[in-house]
Design a protein around this ligand. Structure first.
Ligand code: 8YV
Length: 309
C-alpha cells in the first residue's frame, strides 16, 4: 500500500506528478469540506506536502511523520507542535537564493528610478507634455541588510555589484563576512539609505522593523521587504509613506497578503510586488523537487535533505 500524504496547496505539475507516482495524494486545498476530509483520511496521513500546518491540523493527523514545506520560510508550520509529536519538518533552502536576490535588486532599481511610474508616464502620453523627474541612484549608497543568511548574502553580493556599501544586522556577527556588523537594528537603520529585510518570519521577528526603526531610516530612506510582512509595523510604514516620513518602499510581501493596504495604491514612492521572490519556472521546479526528495528520503529511511526539525 502506498504511503498516504496530504497536499495542502497547489504545486507545480512536475511536482504533483512526482508525488502521485510515489504516494497516494489527498489534495486538501481542493476539498470543499476540509473538515470532513480530514476526519475521514486524517488517521492514515503520514506526510504533508506543501505547508500551512497549524497545531490544529497536526493534532488531527495522529500518524503524521513529516511535513515537507514548499518554501524556505516555514513560519506557516507550527514547529513546536511538530517537535512535540516528533514530526520532522523540511523546507526548501538554497534553490531560491538567486531568484529572490535578483528580484530584490530589481525592486530596488525600480523604486530608485520609479520604473513602473516611468512606464505609465510614457503609456499615458504624459512625456509629450513634460519631463519625468530626476531621481537617485543606488551606487554610493549604504544598504543595511536585516538577515545576512543564504539569501541575504546573495543580495549583499549583488548590492556590491551596484557599488553600494553593505552593512548588516542579525542575531550574530559573522566574522568571516567582509561587511560591517551592527548589533542594533536601530543604529543600522540610522546609518543606512536602504534597509533590506530578508530575515525569517514568525513570532521572534514580529514587527522588528518598528516605527522607531522606520523613523531612523527617515524621509530619505528606502525600505525593501523580501521576507514576510509580519517583520514590519505595516500600519506605521503606510502612515509614514503617506506623510513622507519614510522615503519609499519596495514590497514583495505584506502582513495580510494578498490583502494590501489600499493607501499604498495611490503612492508614487512605492513599488508593489505580489510575493514573487521565488516565482520562476526554474526555481519553483527545484523547490518542488526538494519537497518530493525530502518525502522520498524519509519514507525510504534515508537522511533528509533539508531538515529544520
Ligand atoms: C513561498 C517563500 O514559499 O520560500 C519562501 O519562504 O516565501 C516563497 O518561496 C512560495 O511563494 C510558496 O508559496
Amino acid at each position: 500500500m502506498a504511503v498516504e500524504i496530504l497536499q495542502t496547496g497547489k504545486l507545480l505539475e512536475s511536482c504533483e506528478e512526482a508525488l502521485a507516482s510515489r504516494f497516494t495524494v489527498h489534495k486538501l486545498h481542493e476539498a470543499t469540506d476540509r473538515d470532513t476530509v480530514i476526519e475521514q483520511i486524517g488517521p492514515r496521513i503520514r506526510g504533508i506536502a506543501g505547508g500551512g500546518a497549524s497545531a490544529e491540523l497536526i493534532a488531527r493527523l495522529p500518524s503524521l511523520e513529516i511535513i515537507a514545506n514548499f518554501g524556505v520560510g516555514y513560519d506557516n508550520v507550527d514547529v513546536a507542535a511538530a517537535r512535540a509529536r516528533n514530526v520532522r519538518v523540511t523546507n526548501t533552502p538554497n534553490v531560491l537564493n538567486d531568484a529572490v536576490a535578483e528580484l530584490a535588486i530589481g525592486l530596488m532599481i525600480a523604486l530608485a528610478r520609479r520604473i513602473p511610474q516611468a512606464d505609465q508616464f510614457v503609456r499615458q502620453g504624459r512625456w509629450l507634455k513634460g519631463q519625468f523627474p530626476l531621481l537617485s541612484e543606488l551606487n554610493g549608497k549604504t544598504v543595511g541588510i536585516l538577515g545576512l543568511g543564504r539569501i541575504g548574502k546573495e543580495i549583499a553580493a549583488r548590492c556590491q555589484a551596484m557599488k553600494m556599501r553593505v552593512v548588516y544586522h542579525g542575531r550574530h556577527r559573522q566574522p568571516h563576512e567582509p561587511f560591517v556588523y551592527y548589533d542594533k537594528l536601530l543604529d543600522m537603520a540610522r546609518d543606512s539609505d536602504w534597509l533590506v529585510v530578508i530575515a525569517p518570519g514568525g513570532r521572534n521577528t514580529e514587527k522588528v522593523v518598528s516605527r522607531q526603526v522606520l523613523e531612523a531610516l527617515g524621509p530619505g530612506g528606502f525600505l525593501v521587504n523580501m521576507a514576510r510582512g509580519t517583520l514590519v509595523d505595516e500600519a506605521a510604514m503606510v502612515e509614514m509613506l503617506v506623510s513622507g516620513k519614510l522615503g519609499g518602499a519596495a514590497l514583495d510581501v505584506f502582513e495580510n497578503e494578498p490583502q494590501v493596504p489600499e493607501a499604498l495604491f495611490a503612492l508614487d514612492n512605492v513599488v508593489l510586488s505580489p510575493h514573487q521572490g521565488s516565482a520562476t519556472h526554474q526555481t519553483r521546479t527545484k523547490m518542488g523537487a526538494l519537497v518530493v526528495a525530502n518525502l522520498g528520503a524519509h519514507f525510504s529511511g534515508e537522511p533528509l535533505l533539508s531538515a529544520v526539525v
